[in-house]
Every structure is written in C-alpha cells, then in structure tokens.
Design a protein around this ligand. Sequence first.
Ligand SMILES: NC(=O)c1ccc[n+]([C@@H]2O[C@H](COP(=O)([O-])OP(=O)(O)OC[C@H]3O[C@@H](n4cnc5c(N)ncnc54)[C@H](OP(=O)(O)O)[C@@H]3O)[C@@H](O)[C@H]2O)c1
Length: 277
Amino acid sequence: MGSTFWRRRTSARFSGKTVLITGASSGIGAALAREFARQGARVILSARRLQRIESLAREINAGGGTAYAFACDVTRDRDVDSLIAAIRLHDLPIDILVANAGFAVSGKFQDLSLEDYRLQFETNVFGVLRTVRASLAALRRTRGCIVLIGSVAGHVPSPRQSAYSMSKFAVRALAQGLRGDLRGDGIAVTLVSPGYIDSDIRRTDNRGRVHASAADPAPAWLRVPTPAAARAIVAAVYRHKREQVITGHGKLLVWLYRHFPWTLYGALDRGRHLRRD
Ligand SMILES: NC(=O)c1ccc[n+]([C@@H]2O[C@H](COP(=O)([O-])OP(=O)(O)OC[C@H]3O[C@@H](n4cnc5c(N)ncnc54)[C@H](OP(=O)(O)O)[C@@H]3O)[C@@H](O)[C@H]2O)c1
C-alpha cells in the first residue's frame, strides 16, 4: 500500500480508540485494520500467520498509525488467553473487538464428515465465543463494542454451504443474545453480514489451507473490493448499527429471503459451486 493511501488519512473518528481484529492477515480483516487505522484508531492485529500481520503492522506504523501484531489461533483456548494477556501486558485497552477470523467449509452434506462440521464450528463459532469471552473484562472497562462478522449465508441457507451457513446462523443468534445480555455492561454489539467480498475465502479448502493461485469462483461483477467493504463496516460501527448487511446483492437476497422466500427456492435448491473443488 503506497504513501498515497496514507495521505488520505484525514478522518480521526476513532482517534483514542483501540481495535482488536482477529483474522487480520488477509481479506476483510486486513482491510479493516487499514481502515480503522486510517480513521485514527490504534489497531491490534491477530491471526495465525504472524509474518503477514507483522508486515501489515509495519505498513500501518510507517504510515503514521499505531499497530501491534500478535499470533493467535482462535481454535485454541491457550492462544486466545495469551493474546488477551499480551494486550494487557502492553497496557492496551480494547474499545472495539472485531471477531472476524473464519473460513468456509463447502460441499454437499453427503461428502462432508462430522469432522468437517466440527472444524467449521470450532473456528467460526467457538473461535468467536472464545475471543468474546476472553475480551469481556477489557470491554467492560471501556464500555466497548463487539463486532461479529457473520455472512449473508447466516440469513440465507443454501446447498453445499450447510456447514458454513449453520456456523453463520449461530453467529447471528449469538449477536442477538449478546446484545441483550451485555446491555447492562454498556457493551454494544454490531452484526455485519457480508455478501461476496474479494478475499481468500473461496480459495481456502475445507482444512483451512489457502490455494493462493486458485481463481475466485464468485462472479467478478458481484464481488465488492475489500477496501470498500471495510469502509462500509467501519461506518456501521461508527453509527452503532445493530446489524449491517454489506453489498447490494447481499441486501437484496436477505430482504427477499425474509419477505418472499419462495422467490429464491428454485435457485437455492439448485445451489452453486462457489469453491475450487
Ligand atoms: N469474503 C467474503 O465473500 C465473505 C462473505 C461473508 C462473510 N465473510 C466472513 O469474513 C470473515 C473474513 O474472511 P475473508 O473473506 O476476509 O477471508 P480470508 O481472506 O480467507 O481471511 C480469513 C482470515 O481469518 C483468519 N483465520 C482463519 N482461521 C483462523 C484461526 N483458526 N485462527 C485465527 N485466524 C484464523 C485467517 O488468518 P490466518 O490464516 O493467518 O490465521 C485470515 O486472516 C470470515 O468470518 C468470513 O466468514 C466473508
């Protein structure tokens, strides 16, 4: 990212705020880190690929922002606890937690194993739970905000996506539950449900391995660039939105499925292959 990017660092909406982002090594998480930093926030980046988040932290710091990088696998209790301990050790608060780390298990029910479903839930659901639980004390101190990254698939289920869709329905249910449960603590909750965004998600296999050279099977004309998605997400957080669907096609699908689900049954029953396999 060149210096022109940082010259646009004019807004200070999040000045004085510290944002912890899981899954910041790629795609939406990395773009959110750049956008929050551009809007004045201090960002704490975490993911399993330490080199990538360290390099992003260097880029943000070189541009005049403040970023820290800590490795963390959200499927491991100890990693998440160590992440929060490291944040405390650096005397950093958490004003905004973005639970973004995730991937998509794809395939027909009969071709998937229970282990595939378990891994999907371990990352997308228990990974989120672990991160929220470990951050709770820090969020209580700041009366902060939790941002859960769900998906349009958490509103609209489809064939070949049952594992992913179930996990994102769970995230959506969690957002609603947390909102009420944490109201007394002054902690706000925003659920973000993206449609197709440019990232590595559709290049990642069911074991979580990225195939960098694979083409993204989602139609190019539908995919929203990550910086634009990040701007929309950060704007929703700033406005304390309860829920935000990102992308025009995503909004249309969610609306149709909520109000006129029968219009989608034909297309949904046929399903689409949205991954290299
Ligand atoms: N892009 C889309 O079209 C789309 C649509 C709807 C929802 N989403 C959601 O957006 C979120 C971000 O995905 P993305 O599209 O930006 O995909 P991505 O480019 O593949 O990024 C996924 C991120 O999650 C991290 N991650 C995966 N498993 C992890 C684990 N066990 N522990 C810690 N970090 C882990 C990865 O980092 P490491 O591999 O370095 O750990 C990476 O930074 C996901 O929750 C996804 O479900 C994406």
